[in-house]
Design a protein around this ligand. Structure first.
Ligand code: COA
Length: 701
């Protein structure tokens, strides 16, 4: 077979003729996103292949992956070069078979390119999907029209509306790919192309297929079961897939493109793209050089087998790490292990885990009552009772047994990690690893750096967080760090709103309808109102001494601790946990308001939303002023991943920019004037940025 020299057509595309095959390779690291250079290069390469009169064309990618999607950093900028639909048409209409050879991720526009090819082969490791909905988009280059034609309406709808990728095996089974090939690209792809041509394969446009018809009520039922959300895409996806069953591909693609462009310029999609990039940006720490090498972590220990400790142990065990779980008494250890097993069984029931994976994960957890058993751990996470003396005692013990360089982490939610570090004599190894409950489910991890934590220790925890599937955000030390400190300001407003005239259900329903996963009072009941009650007593705050804590103080003292005791701000049905309003709580609120001389009034939904969101925004700005968070988008990541803030609103700091900082400052000043409450004094940063017409996002780097 004769070989022509490789030609670089654009920075991202090379073309080469190997015998009768035109080889088009894409090289646009890190994920081979479809940038303008990729689109232009593909068109030029196809033109070259046509001129070369090749008998087939193979498209493949260099590096770790096939194309994983459009370049979302180009969105919102003027379009240059050909559009992706133009490239897709050029592929599908090519006169000889075009074969796509996939590996890594074939996502979004990458899968759309592959579906326009006449044949698809993929290495075993390939994941194939159309994740656009997670960015508030519909696939914009034929995805909604070709996928149902290839794999049927129901499966296509499941893939496009969930955004979830499938494996190469599943893709082969459902007809999305034709062959699984060896990972040795391009050779394995070339061999497949030759085999096809030798067998007389012809062009096979996907657009010529017919999307199998479905039951006449199928789409109507799906439309009726759509949950309300702040993004347009889910309803459009249904409409477009239905269209694929009714019209030719040209009409389907025309409408799809229209919907795609509408989604792309929508506020919800812009917010989702912001948070996607923010979740990647927060892994980079401005003051730590990328050359800093993390310490290797192979063995983990968790101190405390309570709810948090057990959940943390599960995170590591599920990711394949051997975990030693330490308790002080056999009884506590047994209870913790039972809970872990029950949680894993729950995951198996929900189909998130196989029996095999369950057995493997449980076998990774080694229970122990001896600190000596953690002498070889590389990372220890303390998850004991939230009390400084208890933590100090644990860390004093840890330094006696742990090897040098072992990272000593605390899961404290509020306490000063500097003070904990001071008892160790090796503060450079000490760090906060603040998991959120339930730790095995919640994505967020606040990585709390003290003044003395070594940079490589910070990097080690950031890296390990990714390996256990967490979104890690580095934060500084202050009471409650980023998330809980802001939540305190937010929850305080919820309490004041109650005293000033709202019911718990009004506050919760309004903010939940606005998009929060749960309202603040329902969250209190879920977490247990007694936790903050105890924390206030630990801080020396007397029960009933502060108006906004009077209600939760009384509820706890009445034994109404929240869901766990069957009542809190609400009453709960024992079986279903369904919540019900309780007139006696409303009466209690009225009597506390009387006692504090607060005249209750009707409060509008807008006021509830304003006060709750502005409390978050202003506290977030103070946090930025103090350098506790590195950038505004880090705070957004914390709120979206740890506190149920609606992803499609982008996070509280993104929201502040959308409202407009001058308007935010004005609203805060009005509240300050109306209430006399210093909490509404606008943070200096907000004043500064508003005065110079800058945005918080200008501080993201
Ligand atoms: N456009 C532009 N940049 C992208 C991108 C996209 N579609 N997808 C990922 N990137 C960038 C990330 O921002 C990151 O940049 P950085 O190194 O400067 O931080 C880099 O590529 C690596 O991404 P990351 O997510 O950290 O890598 P990963 O290996 O964990 O995951 C993917 C890879 C492809 C699974 C993941 O990036 C992903 O899901 N991407 C989006 C896919 C998508 O939605 N496509 C449809 C777009 S319309």
């Amino acid at each position: 077979m004769s070989t022509n020299a490789t030609n670089t057509l654009t920075a991202a595309i090379c073309y080469e003729r190997r015998g009768k095959i035109g080889l088009i390779s894409i090289n646009n690291p890190p994920i081979n996103a479809i940038s303008a250079a990729v689109r232009e290069g593909l068109i030029s390469a196809l033109t070259r292949a046509k001129a070369d009169k090749v008998s087939s064309v193979l498209i493949y990618c260099m590096g770790k992956t096939f194309i994983a999607g459009a370049d979302i950093t180009e969105f919102g900028k003027p379009q240059t070069g050909p559009t992706l639909p133009e490239v897709i048409s050029a592929i599908e209409e090519f006169p000889v078979p075009v074969i796509a050879a996939l590996h890594g991720n074939a996502l979004g526009g990458g899968l759309e390119i592959a579906m326009a090819a006449h044949y698809r082969c993929a290495a075993q490791n390939t994941k194939l999907g159309l994740p656009e909905v997670t960015l508030g988009l519909v696939p914009g280059s034929g995805g909604t029209q070709r996928l149902p034609r290839l794999i049927g309406v129901e499966k296509a709808l499941a893939m496009i509306s969930s955004g979830k990728a499938i494996s190469a095996d599943e893709a082969l089974q459902c007809g999305l790919i034709d062959q699984i090939i060896a990972a040795s690209l391009p050779e394995s792809g070339i061999a497949y192309a030759k085999e096809l041509i030798d067998n007389g394969a012809k062009v096979r446009p996907t657009s010529a297929l017919i999307a199998s018809p479905v039951d006449e009520h199928f789409f109507e039922n799906k439309k009726n079961s759509l949950k309300p959300t702040g993004i347009l895409a889910p309803a459009y996806i249904l409409e477009l897939i239905e269209l694929a069953t009714k019209t030719d591909i040209h009409e389907g693609q025309r409408v799809e493109r229209e919907r795609f462009l509408e989604c792309r310029s929508s506020a919800g999609s812009a917010a989702l793209r912001h948070i996607f990039l923010a979740e990647r940006a927060c892994t980079k720490l401005p003051d730590i050089a990328p050359s800093v090498t993390p310490r290797p972590i192979n063995k983990v220990a968790v101190i405390g087998a309570g709810t948090m400790g057990g959940g943390i142990a599960m995170c590591f065990a599920s990711a394949g790490f051997p975990v030693t779980l330490i308790e002080t008494a056999q009884e506590n250890l047994n209870r913790g292990l039972d809970q872990i097993e029950a949680n894993y069984n729950q995951s198996v029931k929900r189909g998130r885990l196989s029996q095999d994976q369950l057995a493997k994960a449980i076998s990774n957890i080694k229970p122990s009552l001896q600190y000596a058993d953690i002498a070889d751990a590389d990372l220890v996470i303390e998850a004991t009772f939230e009390n400084m003396d208890v933590k100090k005692a644990v860390f004093s013990k840890l330094v006696e047994v742990c090897k040098p360089n072992c990272i000593l982490a605390t899961n404290t939610s509020y306490l000063d990690v500097n003070t904990i570090a001071d008892v160790t004599g090796r503060p450079q190894d000490v760090i906060g690893a603040h998991f959120f409950s339930p730790a095995n489910i919640m994505k967020l991890l606040e990585v709390v750096r003290t003044q003395k934590t070594a940079p490589e220790v910070v990097m080690s925890v950031m890296v390990i967080a990714k390996r256990i599937g967490k979104v890690a955000v580095a934060v500084g030390v202050c009471h409650g760090f980023v998330g809980n400190r802001m939540f305190k300001a937010y929850a305080r407003q919820a309490q004041l709103l109650l005293l000033e005239g709202c019911t718990p259900a009004q506050v919760d329903t309004v903010i939940q309808t606005w998009g929060m996963a749960m309202g603040p009072l329902a969250v209190g009941d879920l977490a247990g109102i007694d936790i903050s009650y105890r924390s206030r007593r630990d801080q020396g705050i007397c029960s009933g001494s502060i108006a906004e804590f009077a209600l939760p103080d009384l509820l706890v003292e009445m034994g109404r601790l929240g869901q766990k005791s069957g009542s809190g701000y609400y009453n709960y049905e024992p079986e279903t946990r369904a919540r019900k309003n309780d007139q006696s709580v409303h009466d209690l609120i009225q009597s506390i308001a009387n006692q504090w001389c607060i005249t209750r009034r009707e409060i509008s939904n807008d006021e509830i939303i304003d006060r709750l969101s502005l409390a978050l925004i202003n506290e977030g700005a103070h946090i930025l002023d103090e350098g506790i968070a590195a950038r505004p988008s880090d705070i957004d990541v914390v709120y979206v991943n740890g506190y149920g803030f609606p992803r499609w609103r982008g996070g509280p700091m993104y929201l502040a920019d959308k409202i407009g900082l001058d308007k935010v400052v004005r609203k805060l000043e009005i509240l300050r004037e109306q209430t006399g409450d210093t909490c509404w004094e606008p943070a200096k940063l907000l004043h500064k940025l508003a005065a110079t017409s800058q945005t918080l996002s200008s501080l993201n780097n």
